[in-house]
Write a new protein. Sequence first.
Length: 80
Amino acid sequence: SYSVLSIRGAQEEEPTDPQLMRLDNMLLAEGVAGPEKGGGSAAAAAAAAASGGAGSDNSVEHSDYRAKLSQIRQIYHTEL
C-alpha cells in the first residue's frame, strides 16, 4: 500500500536535524509555513490584539519582531 511505502521511505532517510525541526516548528507556529500559507497575517493580527495593553518598551520589541517575521515570511514564500 502507498502509506506503507511512504512510512518505509521516511524511515530510510537520514535523521532530521534538530535545528531544522525547531525552525520548521517556529515557521508553522508563526503561520509562515503550513496548510494555510499566508494565514500568518491573521495570526499576527490576533497576537498583536492580544498584546495591545503592553507598555511602550514591549511595543517597540513587538514591532521589531513583526518586521523580522514579515521579512522571513517574504523570503520563505520567495524561495518556494
